[in-house]
Design a protein around this ligand. Structure first.
Ligand code: PLP
Length: 352
């Protein structure tokens, strides 16, 4: 079976982890600090803070922005439930908004309609590795939290994503662009946000009894992260090469391919079949290819709300096929062949 996702790990990561194990210091320490510094440097920012996950990073940012029960936070409906959870952790009201069906990213025009006096922030993911319309959001004059969980290393107008909002978060979960197993990062130009987030991240040796968390990353994870960061550019090159191969082979089949944008890093290769993707997922599984709906459940359904036709359509029709640096040329050929054949089979069955 060719899996839908697979981390790209090698000798460099193994050596860095062994060094940490041999040092005897395995919890948060010097490697975490080095990872933060290198991550901030690569983004041209002063501050970065590691966390135990992308969700934890988002929770810390919401706390640092002092968002609470009286506030609303706008999030896309077409995204994973981590955003819904983080907004609820601080007691704020999540307000789901619609996507732009061309890019699957949050649509500024729809967000604008949902702004109220209580709106305190907009969480803007760069979904599937393509930067959202950041210019459109900057006009709304509400603090933006960039969610770069799926877009580490991507750019918007040639500047790294994560450098446009009030703060940004990243995820290093095993399936992400680069990984630490589990892990996250906050970046921001604001010293105040970082200091606040750091204060919430760890509970020990504090003067006050304010409620704090244990959201720390370990040096073992950071060592993997530092090794992955060194390889990030090559990871992105490989993702783009695979996307080009898919583009060339699949453009005449009859379904819609991802937007062709030179700044896209193709964290996911999402095709729009124009019809329910379930039969295609089953058919591909039968041929040894794991594929998936790229979003498990739209958030408005968890909240039992109607009125999100673009999100519902994307959820129904979109299919994510394997794309990651360790996918071999042989595997790419198998994916192309299987997708082409399965689409023909499914279309034929649908027409008969
Ligand atoms: C857009 C987005 N934001 C946040 C997260 C949460 O990251 P983590 O799984 O590291 O908590 C994810 C993870 O899938 C994600 O895709």
């Amino acid at each position: 079976m060719i899996p839908h996702s697979r981390p790209t790990l090698g000798q460099a990561e193994i050596e860095q982890v062994v060094k940490v194990l041999e040092s005897g210091h395995i919890a948060q320490g010097e490697r975490v600090h080095a990872f933060e510094q290198e991550f901030a440097r690569r983004h041209g920012l002063d501050n970065a803070l590691c966390a135990s996950s992308g969700t934890a990073a988002l929770h810390l940012v919401l706390l640092a922005l002092k968002i609470g029960p009286k506030n609303e936070v706008i999030i896309p409906s077409y995204v994973c439930s981590a955003l819904l959870n983080a907004v609820r952790y601080v007691g704020a009201t999540p307000v789901p908004a619609e996507i732009d069906p061309e890019t699957y990213n949050l649509a500024p025009a729809d967000v604008k309609k949902r702004l109220t006096k209580r709106t305190r922030a907009i969480i803007v993911p760069h979904l599937f590795g393509l930067a959202a319309d950041l210019e459109g959001f900057s006009e709304l004059d509400i603090p933006i939290i960039e969610d770069c969980a799926q877009a580490t290393g991507a750019t918007y107008k040639h500047k790294p994503v994560g450098t446009f909002g009030k703060a940004a978060i990243f995820s290093f979960y095993a399936t992400k662009v680069m990984t630490t197993g589990e892990g996250g990062m906050i970046v921001t130009n604001s010293r105040e946000i970082i200091d606040y987030a750091r204060d919430f991240r760890e509970y020990d040796k504090t003067e006050t009894d304010k409620i704090r968390f244990n959201y720390k990353m370990t040096d073992i994870q950071a060592a993997i992260g530092l090794a992955q960061l060194e390889r990030l550019e090559s990871f992105i090159r490989r993702r783009r090469t695979i996307a080009q191969k898919y583009q060339k082979a699949l453009s005449s089949i009859g379904f819609r391919l991802p937007p062709e944008d030179p700044e896209h890093i193709y964290f996911r290769y999402v095709i729009d079949l124009g019809t329910d993707s379930a039969p295609m997922i089953r058919g591909l599984k039968g041929k040894g290819i794991q594929s998936a709906r790229p979003i498990h459940t739209p958030l408005h359904r968890y909240l039992r709300r109607d009125g999100y036709p673009k999100t519902d359509e994307a959820w129904n029709q979109c299919l994510s096929i394997p794309i990651y640096p360790s996918l071999t040329d042989q595997e790419i050929k198998r994916v192309i062949k299987s997708v082409t054949e399965t689409y023909e089979e499914v279309s034929r069955a649908g027409n008969s």
